[in-house]
Design a protein around this ligand. Structure first.
Ligand code: ZN
Length: 89
């Protein structure tokens, strides 16, 4: 099974599952670790809230720069995250 797109932040370039299981790398956008956290929806939502509220929804990785024109809102919209979970007040 392969699945791409981070379930937490919606970053489309991230491979969550490769042919062997959960990816062994972290999402460069939000720091999501599929090896620990994949497949648990409540955990996914908690991680997303943490990323948005505690980290301000900032690009996570110091090594991988965000793609040109990176747009957090567009990513989250593609995930269909309810507005109340997007850190908006
Ligand atoms: Zn992510």
């Amino acid at each position: 099974m392969t699945a791409s797109g981070c379930p937490v932040c919606g970053y489309p370039e991230f491979i969550t599952f490769d042919g062997y299981g959960p990816a062994r790398v972290l999402c460069p956008c939000c720091g999501f670790d599929p090896g620990y956290d994949a497949g648990d929806e409540a955990r996914t939502e908690a991680l997303r809230r943490h990323w948005l509220e505690k980290d301000g929804g900032r690009w996570w990785s110091n090594c991988t720069p965000p793609p040109e024109g990176w747009n957090r809102e567009a990513q989250l919209a593609a995930l269909r995250v309810p507005k109340r979970h997007r850190g908006e007040r």
